[in-house]
Design a protein around this ligand. Structure first.
Ligand code: XMP
Length: 515
């Protein structure tokens, strides 16, 4: 069904996805495109509004990303953010120059034009996130300055008659305290969107669309137990019932009891109508991983083996019409199909597509959704909270949380330690506030004493990070008493461990995983 659409034109800024997510939080559907997108394509999409993102360049340099003046003459409201604001001024005849000093961080902005549509309901003095070197020294003809800061004469400007708005700071970043109000004002008031993007209607429409597409065909889905594949599976099962077959490969590298939990939900005793096949491939995986220590080699083996096991199962089923992929919108953007982002996450597409499964077409029911929207859709579908709010878990599983060779014994150790850690984080009420947390098994053994006995056992590393985009992260500040309790429970309850350490490293220079 055709939705009201706002498009984000990406000029290479790091917050492109954030802008789109914030717009969607205003119940307006939003997609990201490169600034190189042809004007005719933009016209054909008939957007209700256009947002220009920030970017690392200076708009007055000859080779910098730009857009023709025509964009601002379509009669469609345009909001320029940071680089986008400067570009709007530059293209329309204003002036942008390098400032003496960079303005960076939380900054007080003073609103000069209180009746600006963008600032409706915003305080006269408001904290915003600034990050710029260049500044707008002269606005374009027809524009008025609507706010300033101590160091920046033009923090925002507008030509309300032409529906053109420029904001030097970043309303999409949460540090901008009233940023959501400003974006809401733009998309709902200036662009006059009604707010028709809602997860309840998304779910209903998808169910309808899947039924139409699939007809009486057969559909095959690889279920990992993660949020995306679980939501996709339930959506399909609601649409087409047992025309759907889900294959769940237990590679023996899942968290403690996870295989049984997945089976309890999707298996024959669970609430959904579908064909569920669980493949217990633990021994096969441990065999393949024997003696392998290098992390990328482990990833490759786990990914490839997954495809082989899946193919073997698929062959038993015979010809299927559709194969389900749990692709979500950030995968689309990061694989270079939207915006300006380079291919960042290729290694996360574990193993790619199976070569030898006989199917006609791929279905990607979550392709338009951000992660938080997948979760909302999951709740709409009545999927249990503990599945919907599962933290991210890498495809290669515990295989990349065990340093060195993977063995059944090491898997048992890290599973038990991780289960204790998760339990205590939940007991402390921290489970929803930390981005990602887990226990990993270092390959280090050292001497300890337990009772009267000397031990020579492994060290467990506890990791917990807060992150917005998983590209940068900070170690989470977990209260000492919680860490202490986790340490003492792991030492007492997990055979084979005599030390517990907390990893303080941020990303960069570290990574989130511990491999
Ligand atoms: P890193 O360790 O690269 O992790 O800082 C960033 C995010 O990506 C996840 N991750 C993976 N996910 N296959 C996946 O499906 C992988 O090989 C993989 N490696 C890392 C990691 O859990 C974190 O959320």
């Amino acid at each position: 069904m055709k939705k009201e659409l706002v498009i984000v034109l990406d000029f290479g800024g790091q917050y492109n996805q954030l802008v789109a997510r914030r717009v969607r939080e205003c119940n307006v559907y939003c997609e990201i495109y490169s600034y190189k997108t042809d004007i005719n394509k933009i016209k054909a999409m008939n957007p209700k509004g256009i947002i220009l993102t920030g970017g690392p360049n200076s708009c007055y340099e000859p080779d910098s990303p730009t857009y023709s003046k025509e964009l601002f003459e379509l009669g469609i409201p345009v909001l320029g953010l940071c680089y986008g604001a400067q570009l709007m001024m530059h293209v329309l005849g204003g002036k942008v120059e390098k400032a003496d000093a960079r303005e960076y961080g939380k900054t007080e902005v003073l609103i000069d034009q209180k009746d600006s549509p963008i600032f409706a309901g915003v305080h006269e003095k408001t904290i915003c996130w600034m990050s710029h070197f260049d500044y707008i020294s002269q606005v374009a003809p027809g524009f008025t300055i609507t706010s300033h800061t101590e160091n920046c004469p033009c923090a925002s400007a507008e030509n309300a008659e032409k529906h053109l708005y420029a904001i030097q700071f970043h309303p999409e970043v949460l540090h901008t305290q009233e940023g959501t109000t400003m974006l809401y004002n733009f998309v709902r008031n200036v662009c006059a969107c009604n707010g028709d993007w809602r997860m309840d209607s998304f779910v209903d429409e998808q169910i309808q669309a899947i039924r139409e597409k699939v007809g009486d065909g057969k559909v095959l889905c690889a279920l990992s137990g993660g949020v995306d594949s679980s939501v996709a599976a339930v959506l399909l099962s609601k649409a087409i019932g047992n025309q759907l077959t889900c294959v769940f490969v237990d590679h023996g590298l899942l968290r403690k009891n996870e295989g049984d939990e997945v089976e309890a939900v999707f298996g024959p005793d669970g609430p959904y109508e579908l064909n569920f096949i669980r493949v217990n491939a633990q021994e096969r995986y441990y065999g393949k991983l024997k003696g392998v220590t290098e992390p990328e080699a482990k990833r490759k083996i786990i990914g490839e083996e997954f495809i082989r096991v899946f193919e073997e199962e698929a062959k038993k089923i015979g010809k299927v019409d559709f194969l389900v992929q749990g692709t979500i919108y950030p995968d689309v953007v990061e694989s270079g199909l939207g915006g300006e982002s380079a291919v960042i996450k290729s290694h996360h597409n574990v193993g790619g597509l199976p070569d030898h499964v006989d199917f006609k077409e791929i279905i990607e029911p979550l392709r338009d959704l951000f992660k938080d929207e997948v979760r909302k859709a999951g709740l709409e579908l009545g999927i249990p909270d503990y599945l919907v709010f599962r933290q991210p878990f890498p495809g290669p599983g515990l295989g990349i949380r065990i340093i060195g060779e993977v063995t059944a014994e090491k898997v048992r150790i890290v599973q038990d330690a991780d289960a204790i850690y998760r339990e205590e984080i939940a007991n402390a009420g921290l489970d929803r506030s930390i981005g990602q947390y887990f226990a990993a098994l270092t390959n280090m053994r050292s001497v300890g004493v337990m009772g009267d006995e000397r031990t020579y056992d492994y060290a467990i590393a506890l990791r917990a990070v807060n992150t917005i985009d998983f590209m940068t992260a900070e170690a989470a500040e977990i209260p000492y008493e919680v860490l202490n309790k986790v340490m003492s429970r792991i030492i007492n309850e997990v055979r084979g461990v005599n030390r517990v350490m907390y990893d303080l490293t941020s990303k960069p220079p570290g990574t989130i995983e511990f491999e």
